[in-house]
Design a protein around this ligand. Structure first.
Ligand code: ADP
Length: 467
């Protein structure tokens, strides 16, 4: 059932209205053109008759007359009638009575006597006539007037037939074209209906289905592929969200399980104070871990929601890196790790001091965490292609190439890191990446297993001021 809100119906209606107007213009054009042509022809014929009569005119007592009757037509049969007037306007020849009563137009005769030809149309009871009135000239003298009249019946009949043909052809053509238009519109739009039905079946719960990749590369095919791309991105986003929720629950459950286990164990029988203190220590460590996870989750959630406003201020990279490395010095010393800072040029960027400190702290924390005792961590800064760069390099365990693409994903930890350190949750680098990108920059890593890793952050110098 085609409703008014159907594109098919509207397309067909538009098409029919347009076609009706074009056909009407075309028919009117044909009619007017043919009418003009036929009347011009009639006038030509009358003029030719006039020339023939003028050639056979004779003069009696100086008055023009026709002695030879041969060129006469039969006015009764719809052919031409002829009248000849002398200079006084009196008719010397007139066979018009045979065509019915045709009054003499004194004005036309008068103006012909003054040298002006004229053409007029007049109607008798049963027909309409075209009449030509011309002066009869001999040299410079006007000796009389010749008038030729011809019935227009043939022209009228031809025009009436044409009108009839047009009147029949117009609605028939319009009806046929409308049916064709509706059929074509239906054919062109049916793939869209099919797409709509398929799209309805794709819901947020099941984004695995796709519309149609087999459609040709036309407008509908491109629409389907664009929608498919969009569904694929939604699918991926939903999948990541589900994964994120699952990972978050999992990460929060582990410390809770430990806490519950430890408390249960402590309460199972009386213990000495040292044993209770040990349990409390474990509970505190796990609570710290949980609070780190919740902090990180909160940061990322607020970042995703756009709730973290970056307050741009001038940040001296050198100062920032030196102060962060001082904060981390004791952590490095505990593992006998040599901490060095390559002093670079003075680089001042527009950025958020707190977030940039957090970024460097995270990178350094990882470098120390994943570097065995006695190793080395170096950090520095510089300028490259009008971008500020900062790097953190370590001689730690390194990251295998197959993991490099994933380490910035949320909750991603290289398996060995899980066993090696229970502290991490895999959110630190996600936060680093967000901070770098929020400043209009990027973060990258190069690493070799067993030899160490280098994390490099690039930050445009004036990105926040120009935003
Ligand atoms: P985590 O809290 O586990 O440190 P991150 O997001 O900071 O989480 O890092 C993700 C993973 O990337 C880590 O678990 C570790 O496997 C790897 N990684 C990060 N930094 C380094 C590094 N400096 N050396 C080796 N591996 C690293």
């Amino acid at each position: 059932m085609i409703g008014l809100r159907s594109v098919r119906l509207r397309l067909t209606l538009w098409y029919v209205v347009l076609l009706a107007v074009i056909l009407a213009c075309f028919s009117a054009g044909v009619y007017i053109f043919l009418r003009t042509l036929l009347y011009d022809n009639l006038d030509d014929t009358i003029r030719n008759r006039a020339v023939t009569f003028l050639e056979v005119l004779a003069y009696e007592d100086g008055r023009p007359t026709l002695v030879d009757q041969r060129p006469f037509d039969d006015p009764q049969a719809g052919e031409s009638f002829v009248r000849v007037f002398d200079v006084s306007g009196t008719a010397t020849v007139d066979n018009s009575a045979e065509a019915g009563h045709i009054a003499v137009d004194a004005n036309a005769v008068e103006s012909a006597l003054q040298g002006r030809s004229s053409t007029r149309t007049l109607s008798t009871d049963d027909q309409s006539l075209r009449v030509l009135t011309v002066p009869i000239q001999q040299g410079a003298d006007i000796n009389g007037v010749l008038e030729i009249g011809q019935s227009q019946e043939d022209v009228s009949t031809a025009l009436r037939s044409l009108l009839l043909v047009l009147a029949i052809a117009y609605p028939v053509t319009l009806a046929a074209a409308s049916a064709g238009g509706a059929f074509l519109a239906g054919r062109a739009l049916s793939p869209i209906d099919r797409l709509t039905r398929r799209a309805r079946k794709i819901t947020a719960e099941d984004l695995s289905a796709r519309l149609d990749s087999n459609l040709p590369d036309d407008e509908v095919g491109r629409l389907a592929r664009t929608l498919d791309d969009m569904i694929a991105r939604l699918d991926e986003a939903f999948r990541r969200q589900r994964q994120f929720t699952a990972d978050a629950s999992h990460e929060l459950r582990s410390p809770l399980t430990t806490i519950k286990g430890q408390v249960g164990l402590a309460r199972s029988k009386p213990r000495d104070e040292a044993a209770y203190l040990e349990v409390l220590q474990i509970v505190e460590d796990e609570a710290d871990q949980m609070s780190r996870i919740v902090d990180s989750l909160l940061t990322l959630a607020r970042a995703d929601a756009g709730h973290i406003v970056i307050v741009p201020e001038s940040v001296d990279l050198g100062e920032l890196i030196n102060s962060v490395s001082e904060q981390m010095r004791s952590a490095a010393e505990r593992k006998q790790i040599t901490l060095t800072v390559d002093q670079g040029p003075s680089v001042v960027i527009d950025g958020d001091d707190d977030l940039l400190i957090r970024l460097v702290l995270n990178l350094m924390g990882n470098a120390i965490k994943f570097t065995p005792d006695g190793g080395a961590v170096a950090l520095g800064w510089g300028m490259e292609d009008s971008e500020a760069t900062l790097w953190v390099r370590d001689t730690g365990v390194g990251i295998a190439p197959e993991y490099l693409d994933h380490i910035f994903d949320r909750f991603y930890r290289v398996d060995s890191a899980r066993t090696q350190s229970e502290e991490g949750v895999g959110l630190g680098l996600s936060i680093c990446q967000w901070i770098a990108e929020a400043h209009g920059g990027s973060i990258s890593v190069s690493s070799e297993v067993g030899r160490g890793s280098t994390f490099t952050v690039r930050l445009p110098m004036t990105q926040l001021a120009s935003r």
